[in-house]
Design a protein around this ligand. Structure first.
Ligand code: SF4
Length: 57
C-alpha cells in the first residue's frame, strides 16, 4: 500500500517537506509518490490544500 497523487495536483509542493520518508518528488505536471518508499502514514494527504492525495485503492 502507498498513497497516490491524483491529477488534481497543482504542483504547489505543500506535501513535499511534510513526508517523513522523502518519498515525494516533482513529476511531469504533478508531484509523484515513490510507492517503494511510502510509509502509508497519510501526512501528505493532510497537507494537500487540493485534496489530491489518497490511499491507493
Ligand atoms: Fe510520505 Fe507518508 Fe505521504 Fe507516504 S503517506 S508519501 S510516507 S507523507
Amino acid at each position: 500500500m502507498a498513497y497516490v497523487i491524483s491529477d488534481d495536483c497543482v504542483s504547489c509542493g505543500s506535501c513535499v517537506d511534510e513526508c517523513p520518508a522523502n518519498a515525494i518528488s516533482e513529476g511531469d505536471g504533478k508531484y509523484v509518490i515513490n510507492a517503494d518508499e511510502c510509509l502509508d502514514c497519510g501526512t501528505c494527504a493532510d497537507a494537500c490544500p487540493n485534496d489530491a492525495i489518497a490511499p491507493e485503492e
